[in-house]
Ligand binder design. Structure first.
Ligand code: SF4
Length: 377
């Protein structure tokens, strides 16, 4: 559920369960609001209104983008389908929308929000809408959903009779539905033996740093964390053999680490860039403008100019890419001829060594950047 910011939030539990001291380390670091998070928040808002309309028999209008409308309809359809099945088995079935689920018995101040909770026929169902489309999220051993399940046990078990909890992930944009069913005693045992000790350490800022792909991916300290840097740097050195060539055994050891090492390298570069954009100096480096692609903004106008200069339509359409047109006409003439028909948007800032021939980012005007591209292409 987007928008959870508690210290021991369910949405960040994969991180703090695996790496308890990350909680203290990231305290006070600004959250980065991604486009994905904003979309997810909007989809949850729309889904909530639709499900409340369903349960209250109201018709509150919900204005949203067509894509969100379609996918939240799919999600609401799934919730209603599950609720109808529950009602068939137990006419007293209940459906709760956006319920606070308090799992503080296992993790201090721990609370989350269940998108949809159904209680019926000895089973409590927790349905979680996931709006992302890049990663297929599994409900199996999913700590976020298990924490919601613990919250449901705390919140409802005194009022309702159930001894099983089934958690569902519904990810409409990639057609992913994943579920896990556990008994209440299996869940509370997980809460007592896994959650409680890690949560206590996390709350106090104790425990060992434990870098890993899953826990580091969303950590606010991922770019600057020394434990992660240390692990990635010594990945190979610690296991180095004496052969002059890498052995197949060494490749087998390295390959599973490459994804994490690549994303760590990108994080380091992004961190250095953000420091420099904030006015810090990193010796030997500067911020430059990355090369942006030129775009034809007036194709008929450019074609007319070229035809007037004697080029045939056949030549022009066969050579559509700008670099090829440039080769056909000649760099100098093309620059003059295409002025006003081609746009070169300002490139984004990038980090480069001091000897890079591009000027520092803040010194570049759009015209100069255009010239740079002309000269380089
Ligand atoms: S980057 Fe990884 S190792 Fe470092 S604090 Fe975060 S989760 Fe722990």
């Amino acid at each position: 559920m987007p928008g959870e910011h508690a210290r021991l939030s369910a949405s960040s539990s994969a991180r703090w369960l695996a790496c308890p001291p990350s909680v203290k380390l990231t305290e006070g670091m600004p959250e980065k609001e991604s486009e994905w998070a904003a979309e997810g928040t909007e989809a949850h808002r729309v889904a909530e209104v639709k499900l409340r309309n369903y349960t209250n028999g109201t018709e509150d209008r919900v204005v949203c983008e067509a894509e969100i409308d379609r996918y939240t309809n799919d999600y609401c359809g799934y919730v209603v389908e599950q609720f109808n099945a529950a009602k068939k088995a137990d006419h007293k079935a209940k459906l709760f929308i956006e319920e606070r689920l308090d799992y503080s018995e296992w993790a201090r101040e721990g609370q989350g929000t269940g998108d949809a909770v159904i209680i019926a026929d000895n089973t409590c169902h927790i349905i979680d809408l996931k709006y992302g489309r890049n990663i297929s999220v599994s409900a199996i051993s999913n700590p976020q959903l298990r924490l919601y399940a613990l919250g449901a046990i705390s919140t409802y078990s005194l009022i309702y009779d159930f001894d099983k909890v089934k958690v569902h992930i519904y990810q409409p944009r990639i057609g992913n539905i994943s579920t896990e069913e556990l008994t209440v005693s299996e869940l509370t045992e997980w809460g007592d033996t896994v959650v409680k000790p890690a949560a206590d350490q996390a709350y106090k800022g104790e425990g060992e740093f434990n870098p890993g792909e899953t826990q580091c991916r969303w950590c606010l300290a991922k770019e600057s964390c020394r434990a992660r840097a240390r692990k990635n740097l010594k990945t190979f050195v610690e296991n180095e053999g004496s052969d002059k060539m890498l052995t197949h055994e060494e490749l087998a050891m390295l390959l599973p680490r490459l994804k994490e090492i690549k994303s760590w390298c990108e994080d380091i570069e992004g961190y250095a860039l953000s420091q420099m954009l904030n006015g810090e100096t990193i010796e030997g480096y500067k911020v430059v403008e990355s090369n942006a692609r030129r775009k034809v903004i007036d194709e008929p106008g450019l074609c007319t100019e070229l035809v007037e200069k004697g080029y045939t339509m056949e030549q022009i359409s066969q050579l559509k890419p700008i670099t090829q047109l440039e080769k056909l006409v000649g760099k100098k003439d093309f620059t003059i001829l295409s002025a006003g028909y081609i746009d070169k948007p300002k490139g984004s800032p990038a980090i480069a060594p001091l000897n890079d021939k591009r000027k520092p980012y803040e010194d570049i005007t759009a015209d100069e950047a255009f010239k740079d591209i002309e000269a380089n292409s």
